[in-house]
Every structure is written in C-alpha cells, then in structure tokens.
Write a protein that binds this ligand. Structure first.
Ligand code: 5GP
Length: 146
C-alpha cells in the first residue's frame, strides 16, 4: 500500500533537492523549494516541497516542516495570483497512489485556475521547455520582490 512504506531517497524530488536533477526553480530557502510542474495542469502550475523532511505524505510530515510548507504555499499562491491574475487558485495534495500520488516526497500543488478553462489531466502532457523558461524568468522576478 503506497500510503505506507519507507521513504525512498532516490525519488525524483529528493534528487531535485540534492541538485542531481534539474528543475525550473522559482524560489528556495532553507526549508522549501518551489518549482514549476513539468506536466502542468494549468498555466503556472507550481510545486512546493519541504527540503528537510523525509516524508512521503501528509501523514508522515512533522509539524514544524508542515507549518513551513503551508506558509510557503500561501506565499506561492499570493505571488502567482499577483503575477498571473487567475480567477482562482487551487491547492492540491495527494496521499498514496489510489489518491493520485505519483511522487513519494510530500508536495503541494499550487494551480492557478482561469475561468472557463479546464485542467489538463494530472501528470500527463509535458510542457514546452521554452514556455517553462519564459514563465520561470517572469515568476522568479516576482518572488525576488515578494
Ligand atoms: P503527485 O501525482 O505525486 O501529486 O504529483 C507529482 C507531480 O510532479 C505531477 O504533477 C507531475 O506532473 C510532476 N512531476 C513528475 N515528475 C516531475 C519532474 O521530474 N519534474 C517536475 N518539475 N515535475 C514533475
């Protein structure tokens, strides 16, 4: 059952935290890393992950890291709302494969929602790298002044 099990330090987000795999980073501090989803469900779909917690999901994360993660999610939602002017912001988090989790390092999805635009399927079509780079440059500036 994927809701329970050992933390695998070779998961893709752990590799991104260690700098072994690239990402379109928007913001980083001692506790969290914020980067663009490679398979975005909407324009600006962003992931927020704790750097110091070896937790697979919400059931496992400690209170201190969860607090920092939640505060970071709020900051990300504010920056995305400010820069991209969506009509809504969806926050999502999945625990266990049957619930939709595909990467087993806890993460929060921050998904800008635009009126009358549906969502792309979860973890499906890969974004155009040039578009991600352009969006990254735009959002990094916003995070620097947030
Ligand atoms: P989950 O299904 O576990 O809640 O979400 C995992 C998310 O990570 C999905 O939205 C998927 O598109 C995204 N993802 C999977 N692999 C990578 C990757 O290598 N880099 C980035 N930036 N996102 C990824």
């Amino acid at each position: 059952m994927s809701l329970y099990g050992d933390y695998d330090s070779q998961n893709i987000f752990a590799k991104i935290i260690r700098g072994e795999m690239p990402c379109y980073k928007l913001y980083e501090d001692d506790d969290v890393l914020v980067f663009l989803d490679l398979f975005p469900q909407s324009f600006g779909h962003t992931l927020v992950i704790p750097k110091r917690a070896e937790a697979r999901n919400l059931l496992e994360i400690d209170a201190d890291n969860l607090t920092k993660l939640t505060l970071a999610v709020q900051k990300v939602a504010r920056v995305l709302a400010d820069e991209l002017q969506p009509d809504g912001v969806q926050i999502a988090q999945f625990n266990g494969a049957p619930a939709g989790q595909t990467v087993f390092h806890i993460h929060m999805h921050v998904i800008p929602r635009f009126a009358e635009q549906g969502l792309q399927a979860h973890a499906s079509g890969k974004a155009d790298p040039a578009e991600l780079e352009k969006l990254q440059a735009r959002l990094v500036k916003r995070f620097q002044s947030a």
